[in-house]
Design a protein around this ligand. Structure first.
Ligand SMILES: [Cu+2]
Length: 136
């Protein structure tokens, strides 16, 4: 009887411990781009962008020692070439969460490949990089 109760309590504790909130470790890379001496990693929980609202994390790490790099002010903008009309553009709102780590949201009205431009300006200087990411 008492043994059963202890086992039950243990299971409850294990269940509670086993379901932490989403952490950095749960993030899957969407795309990693090397730009000069930093790696720019775009990531989220699913590892891909979808139509509609997306939350993501943008991380800057040193190519040398893999440590986070504080790149200062960061912006992320996307553009989609649309035949016969002006490109469809969408920008992200980014907030710094930790040095080299930025949390952002972006809204895509449709699917298709996006040309992504990331720019930064801070203690290590200015930089920018471009890469393509599909919106599924
Ligand atoms: Cu479009």
């Amino acid at each position: 009887m008492l043994k059963g109760l202890i086992v039950t309590l243990l299971l409850v504790v294990l269940t509670m411990v086993g379901t932490p909130a989403a952490t950095a470790a749960d993030m899957k890379p969407i795309y990693t781009q090397k730009a000069k001496d930093v790696a720019v990693t775009l990531q989220n929980e699913s590892g891909q962008w979808k139509q509609g609202k997306n939350e993501f994390v943008l991380e800057f790490t040193s190519l040398q020692d893999k440590k986070p790099v504080d790149v200062g002010k960061v912006s992320l903008n996307t553009s989609m070439a649309m035949p016969g009309m002006a490109p469809m553009v969408a920008g992200a709102t980014l907030t710094s969460e930790a040095p080299g780590r930025y949390r952002g949201t972006i809204d895509f009205p449709d699917r298709g490949a996006r040309q992504v431009t990331v720019t930064w300006d801070g203690p290590t200087g200015k930089g920018s990089t471009k890469f393509s990411v599909p919106v599924r």
